[in-house]
Ligand binder design. Structure first.
Ligand code: SF4
Length: 461
């Protein structure tokens, strides 16, 4: 049984109002297209637990339901919710996610009331635990599991990367049908998050991807921010499974927008993408894709393929314009000319471009925020987003953030779209909030009126 908490009013935050107000996203009629329940989500969960009397409670989060990617905190939010509910003694609580993958000891300290922690990918391991439900000793032998035994916390050896080719399609029928409603470029469409591949061949210092790479012992660098042996680490679904899943979503659920959640779409094997493109063409599907990829992979050949895939939009991380800083602090090597070229080539191909920017990076100063705004102005993306730097546990950036006291060693309530947790004295929280609210406006209108806009906002010039 799945309790889908998305549409409980006391659970959801009004991101819908926030990001159109700062011009990151176009307003849409999304709120008129979905219905929220006024029942408290804890009450709904209690009713379900009483009726279902579960062997196991496990929680997770789908990503990008709206705009942000708040899944990082799902363990903590779910834990706080479960704490409000009377759970039968026989029910085991299983948690997974990035926190135990990065630091199982800290996670166990923060969330003591649970039976097992799963590190790294959980789909297969969760099924293996369930298969051994009445056999605690057998569960305790499984790689990837952590548990407490006789007062001692045990961290089992690591599990290997999940082979995606063996994974069956997600069962989307479990979710509230409203999940397929999504605001996109000013319209509310039927959309689904979709996964072709897991893993990224790059190693940006702030990214949760590096935590997963470390867990699987993939830490060797090939230089310039690229992972050595990345091919073995990247895992794609089979073209047959991808096509079958897309077909079901489009023809049965009426999905027309596939929001690819792949961290770097153009890392997907060309053979896989060509097979999907051929299917779309053969069946004349009226669908669109939205993907994210590095500007480095955009050229005339890849753009042709994206057109064949009916790709409507590409999101690309600029992060910040200062190239030397980006390379030294973020381990991210994308020359300015290559980013500029990617934005130009996509525009010529009729594909919408979204620029992702970050503010509040460690040791970033205000001049770097301004140069990033100017750079956005020069490449003129169709959409501009700006996120607060988030200290994801276990990343190099997080460690450095603790060292220089910009962040605490464990930050709760991380959400790059909604709030900054930075204690930096270099660029204050107040100034970061100002730039979050005005970044897009300044990139569109220019910086000439910056002083007066700051004054209006009560910020010292
Ligand atoms: S390219 Fe993107 S997904 Fe890959 S490591 Fe960098 S930020 Fe993460």
């Amino acid at each position: 049984m799945l309790i889908d908490a998305t549409f409980y009013r006391n659970w959801a935050l009004n991101e819908i109002g926030y990001n159109p107000a700062n011009l990151q996203y176009k307003p849409s009629d999304y709120e008129q297209c979905v219905k929220f329940s006024d029942i408290r989500v804890a009450e709904a969960l209690q009713t379900a637990v009483d009726a279902f009397y579960p062997d196991t409670i496990f929680w997770s989060e789908t990503t990008s339901q709206l705009y942000g990617e708040g899944e990082y905190d799902n363990l903590e939010y779910g834990y706080r919710l479960v704490e409000q509910v009377n759970i039968p003694d026989r029910t085991q609580l299983i948690v997974s996610g990035l926190l135990p993958t990065a630091d199982p000891t800290l996670t166990e300290r923060r969330f003591p009331k649970r039976s097992y922690l799963i590190r790294a990918e959980s789909e297969q391991l969760l099924a293996e635990i369930e298969d051994r439900f009445n056999d605690t000793s057998a569960i305790r032998l499984l790689s990837g599991v952590c548990f407490r035994q006789d007062g001692e916390f045990k961290v089992n050896q690591r599990q290997g990367p999940l082979v995606l080719i063996n994974l069956p399609a997600y069962d989307y029928t479990l979710f509230d049908p409203q999940e397929f409603r999504r605001p996109y470029n000013g319209r509310t469409l039927r959309a689904a998050d979709f996964e072709f591949l897991r893993g990224c061949p790059y190693t940006c210092t702030y990214c949760v991807e590096t935590v997963i790479q470390s867990y699987y012992n993939c830490t060797e660098s090939a230089g310039k921010g690229v992972l050595k042996g990345a091919k073995e680490y990247l895992r794609a679904k089979s073209p047959e499974n991808i096509i079958a899943e897309m077909e079901w979503l489009h023809e049965v659920r009426g999905v027309t927008l596939f929001r690819s959640q792949d961290t770097n779409f153009l890392s997907i094997h060309r053979g896989v993408l060509t097979a999907v493109a051929e299917k779309i063409e053969r069946c004349n599907w009226d669908i669109q894709l939205y993907i994210e990829t590095r500007p480095d992979g955009i050229n005339s050949t890849t753009v042709k393929l994206l057109n064949r895939l009916h790709d409507d939009g590409v999101g690309m991380g600029i992060e910040l314009a200062a190239e030397g800083f980006r390379e030294a602090h973020l381990n991210r090597f994308s020359p300015i000319e290559r980013i500029t070229n990617a934005f130009r080539v996509l525009r010529e191909a009729g594909i919408k471009r979204t620029a992702y920017n970050i503010i509040g990076l460690l040791e970033q100063d205000e001049a770097m925020i301004l140069s990033t705004i100017r750079f956005n102005q020069s490449i003129d993306p169709d959409n501009i987003t700006v996120a607060f730097c988030s200290p994801f546990l276990g990343t190099k950036l997080q460690h450095r953030g603790v060292e220089i006291k910009d962040f605490d060693d464990y930050e709760y309530n991380v959400d790059a779209q909604l709030r900054t947790l930075s204690k930096s004295t270099g660029v204050s929280k107040e100034l970061l909030e100002f730039y979050k609210a005005n970044f897009v406006r300044l990139a569109r209108e220019g910086l000439e009126n910056l002083a007066s806009i700051k004054k209006e906002a009560g910020i010292a010039a």
